[in-house]
Design a binder for this molecule. Structure first.
Ligand code: FMN
Length: 342
């Protein structure tokens, strides 16, 4: 039998989805750290819940609320349904959406069908995706073609050394990857952000990014979905290295460290953002927007309405958070900040 890399990649994407739906893939001991902060509650708020404005700008686009659907999938057949349902929900609610890795499109243009969401979401901020380990000069024409085909407004480059090290045949050589990113960033033709996949950007990584011509950083910290855990289930059918599955920079800490190192950088807080309260704390702590990935997977397999329901609950909680701390909009929420619980 001959090895078919495209079929193998599509199969792996499908295994990721299955493992995410059937195994305990969240961190088991590490939390995001947001439970260590409290939003200041104000019994004398002067806000009208109905009039609170969640609108914001991100990557040059207006969002009705500071929420992105996290990067998930593409390539496998089921991915097309997932992506279209997510995109239609983003369109209805005025949110942004990150696509999953488009590597499979570069290797096989037919796989692009599963990323075709523009029809369902003509107005959403749509962010394409590629791995740092796969990004080099030779990949640029295929990548820009893939971004053009899906109508992406921006590109997220994910860096995931721990995930790749856990993966069977993963890309484990990250040497020179930052230099290659710097070399090609100007040729991509749209704003570029960098993201982790749930193990977090911290102070050291942020220091590397100082002066880099990137448009945003998604800190994608620990406390939600653990990709080192998922890859072990896919590879061994069990978690063989539990310490590695629990390794990462908790999202709240990642957000603080990156914000301190890069105070002017637009930031996405993600990794274990599960409630409107998590989002409110992250936004008060300096995030521009938040992103949610795995909780939306099962609803996205079900229907557009299921995704919209999940997100509406989340957005309602976020609205009440602003109301209860006396913030009429996100700028005021940031001015109120959070209180650290000792
Ligand atoms: C099924 C699935 C597939 C994913 N695929 C990608 C991907 O292709 N590219 C990427 O940058 N991140 C990918 N991620 C990572 C998420 O974007 C996110 O960073 C991570 O899951 C942490 O967020 P969460 O705790 O809200 O799930 C994927 C996540 C899930 C659940």
């Amino acid at each position: 039998m001959t090895f078919d890399p495209v079929a193998s990649l599509a199969h792996r994407k499908r295994r990721h989805i299955d493992v995410c739906l059937t195994e305990p893939v969240d961190y088991q001991t590490v939390t995001t750290g947001f439970e260590r902060y409290r939003l200041p509650y104000n019994a004398l708020t002067q806000t009208d819940l109905e009039a609170i404005d969640l609108g914001t700008e991100f990557l040059g686009r207006r969002l009705r609320a500071p929420v992105l659907i996290g990067a998930m999938t593409g390539g496998a057949e089921l991915s097309g349904i997932i992506n279209r349902n997510l995109a239609a929900a983003a369109q209805q609610l005025g949110l942004g959406m990150m696509l999953g890795s488009q590597r499979v499109m570069i290797d096989d243009t037919a796989a692009g069908v599963s990323f075709d969401v523009r029809e369902a979401a003509p107005d959403v901020l749509l962010i394409g995706n590629i791995g740092m380990a796969q990004l080099n000069r030779a990949a640029v024409p295929g990548l820009t073609g893939a971004l053009g085909r899906v109508g992406a407004d921006a590109l997220a480059v994910h860096t995931n050394p721990l995930q790749e090290a856990m993966q069977h045949n993963g890309d484990t050589d990250f040497s020179g990857s930052l230099g290659r990113l710097r070399e090609v960033i100007g040729e991509i033709g749209c704003p570029v952000m960098v993201k982790e996949v749930g193990h977090g950007f911290g102070a050291a990584a942020a220091a590397e990014l100082a002066g880099f011509p990137i448009a945003a950083v998604d800190v994608a910290g620990a406390g939600g979905t653990s990709w080192a855990r998922i890859e072990q289930y896919v590879r061994y059918g069990e978690v063989r290295y539990p310490a590695l599955a629990e390794w990462g920079i908790p999202t709240a800490q990642a957000l603080c460290e990156v914000h301190r190192a890069l105070p002017a950088m637009p930031l996405v807080a993600s990794g274990g953002i599960r409630t409107g309260m998590d989002a409110a704390k992250a936004l008060a702590m300096g995030a521009t927007v938040v992103a949610v990935a795995r909780p939306l997977l099962a609803p996205a397999i079900e229907s557009v309405a299921a995704v919209v329901d999940w997100l509406q609950d989340f957005l309602y909680e976020l609205l009440v958070c602003l109301h209860g701390c006396g913030a009429a909009d996100l700028a005021e929420l940031r001015r109120h900040g959070v209180v650290e619980i000792d």
